[in-house]
Design a protein around this ligand. Structure first.
Ligand code: NAD
Length: 305
């Protein structure tokens, strides 16, 4: 079997070594396509691949049509909105992600960004502490749970809402479960977004939602830029001089947000999963999932059932 590793932004060398070791261990072949600059390179490389490991690479209907032998794609990472999962389903191609492999990396970044924000971006002026503040976690998945774990160390009061996770599971983790997304925004000093970009969540963080925050509220986004309704958030920011917006995913309206000096910060490039550990964990998990599929037909992590 030919396993294609197609990464516009390559894995770390150690991760590639680990992937090769896992795949070759069961007699399959790894083909690398790294730093490709032209879509045609991807279309050519995928034409005889049986499986594929990708990162944020765009796997469109065109790519899937070119992949005549493809049986499985594994996205090394959590979000899979870069893959046309429905079209893949129609073509009988299984799509999987590697949940949990980069969630500690993202959660640690949340606190790096939060300390930076409450200390006024280190501008020399007195800031505030996180201790005792009410933190709202929107979506209690792998990242959200890690954020809660770290927030306990900061002695924060932690609240969470998840549309699909029962309140009892949130409470069991020592976190206050709230009844709705609106309640989270009303109650908390800081709201941290960990929802995936789906038809329901895209543009859902809008004027009405964020306007419910208390004076001095902080919105932090390490999820996806698509969940923010940018024009509406810009309008709210022009009316509410007390709010801050911190993000790991540069908005399309970055320049307009940047005019709100001292109230906005974006990492220059998405940094959440950019750690050596997350890179290696996700790459090796992807290789193991492909092996489990070919050896035992395991599709435990399929996202396009
Ligand atoms: P996950 O699948 O473990 O958790 C997602 C959670 O969202 C689930 O618990 C689900 O029930 C909940 N959810 C789905 N729709 C919802 C809705 N409408 N309202 C409330 N909750 C909802 O995913 P994760 O690993 O925690 O990652 C979360 C998101 O973070 C990913 O989808 C991805 O977009 C983003 N992410 C970003 C980076 C980065 O580099 N900044 C890295 C990893 C993940």
């Amino acid at each position: 079997m030919k396993i294609l590793v197609a990464t516009e932004k390559p894995f770390a060398a150690t991760a590639v070594e680990g992937i090769k070791k896992e795949i070759e261990n069961i007699g399959n072949q790894v083909v690398m396509l790294e730093k490709y600059t032209d879509k045609q390179q991807l279309l050519d490389a995928v034409s005889d691949a049986d499986a594929m490991i990708v990162r944020s690479d765009k796997i469109t209907a065109e790519v899937l049509d070119a992949a005549k032998q493809l049986k499985i794609i594994v996205r090394a990472g959590a979000g899979y909105d870069n893959i046309d999962t429905e079209y893949a389903k129609g073509r009988g191609v299984i799509v999987e992600n590697t949940p949990g492999q980069n969630s500690n990396a993202v959660a640690e970044l949340v606190f790096g960004l939060l300390v930076f924000a409450v200390r006024n971006f280190y501008n020399g002026k007195s800031g505030t502490e996180l201790k005792g503040k009410k933190l709202g976690i929107l979506a209690f998945g792998n990242v959200g749970r890690n954020v809660a774990r770290i927030a306990k160390g900061f002695d924060m009061e932690i609240f969470a809402y998840d549309a699909f996770c029962p309140a009892s599971a949130i409470e069991e983790a020592g976190v206050h479960a709230v009844a709705s997304q609106d309640d989270l925004f009303k109650i908390c000093d800081i709201v941290s977004l960990h929802i995936p970009a789906t038809a329901e969540t895209k543009g859902s963080i809008d004027y009405k939602t964020v306007a419910q925050m208390k004076k001095g509220g902080i919105l932090i986004n390490t999820a996806r830029k698509e969940v923010i309704n940018e024009p509406e958030l810009l309008k709210l920011f022009s009316e509410r001089e007390d709010l801050k917006f911190i993000t790991d995913i540069k908005p399309d309206a970055d320049e307009e947000f940047a005019k709100f000096e001292g109230r906005y910060f974006s990492t220059p490039k998405k940094m959440g999963a950019q750690t050596a550990e997350a890179n290696i964990n996700a790459g090796i998990a992807a290789a193991r999932q492909i092996n489990a599929f070919f050896k035992d037909g395991c599709t435990k992590f399929q996202v396009n059932k």
